[in-house]
Design a protein around this ligand. Structure first.
Ligand SMILES: N[C@@H](CCC(=O)N[C@@H](CS)C(=O)NCC(=O)O)C(=O)O
Length: 201
């Protein structure tokens, strides 16, 4: 099973992290953004959006980190990561949507601006970051994990850009419940790092 991948991408890390935690073997295919490979015919033929991550599992090709997490967990990860009960699936989905929306337009956008020079609205990204981080922190004041009372793919979707927020000059030190949750995730067996996210010391 192939993952078309970029090492510094938080979206790709969502998938790499889940595969590591769930012990799912992936063949990483590095896509060289410095050579614009993500806009090559080869990539467009797999994903017309010209973005990574892309998962290729035999004849199946999937784009979007959240969709890939649902597929991998449902097909290979067992109920631990993607519960069978509809009400728990709904709870996990709430957080996958947060990862694709509020986090993408908050901490992820702030990082794109600061680290990669993206032409986006920096004050807006910072305001959005504070808003969503405040909400997550409030939720984690009464929950150990985001959904279902155990670590699920919701953690894999939300964790990367929260842990990488500092690279966008987003200060996460006021959020003590988030700090504790980050430590719990880093303590999970199989946890892996990425540039900007260290292993637990
Ligand atoms: N909705 C997608 C977004 C993927 C995405 O934005 N990927 C970035 C790398 S993190 C990318 O390939 N950007 C290149 C581009 O948009 O042209 C997901 O969640 O996977």
């Amino acid at each position: 099973m192939k993952l078309y991948d970029l090492a510094v991408s938080g979206n790709c890390y969502k998938v790499r992290l889940f595969a590591a935690l769930a012990q799912i073997e992936l063949e990483l295919v590095a896509v060289d953004f410095s050579r614009n490979e993500h806009k090559s015919e080869a990539i467009f033929s797999l994903n017309p959006w010209g973005q990574v991550p892309i998962l290729q599992d035999d004849a199946l090709v999937l784009r979007d980190a959240q969709a890939i997490l649902v597929y991998l967990a449902g097909r290979y990860g067992g109920e631990a990561w993607w519960p069978g009960e509809a009400h728990l699936q709904g709870q996990v989905m709430q957080w996958l949507s947060v990862a694709a929306n509020e986090i993408q337009h908050g901490p992820s956008a702030a990082r794109l601006i600061k680290k990669f020079g993206a032409n986006l609205d920096a004050p807006l990204a910072l305001r959005r970051s504070e808003h969503i981080l405040g909400l997550i922190d409030e939720h984690l004041a009464t929950h150990q994990w985001l959904a279902a009372g155990r670590p699920t793919i919701a953690e894999c979707a939300v964790f990367p850009y929260v842990a990488l927020a500092w690279e966008g000059d987003v200060d996460i030190s006021p959020y003590q419940n988030i700090a504790a949750w980050i430590a719990r995730i880093k303590a999970l067996p199989g946890f892996i790092a990425m540039p900007g996210v260290e292993l637990a010391s």
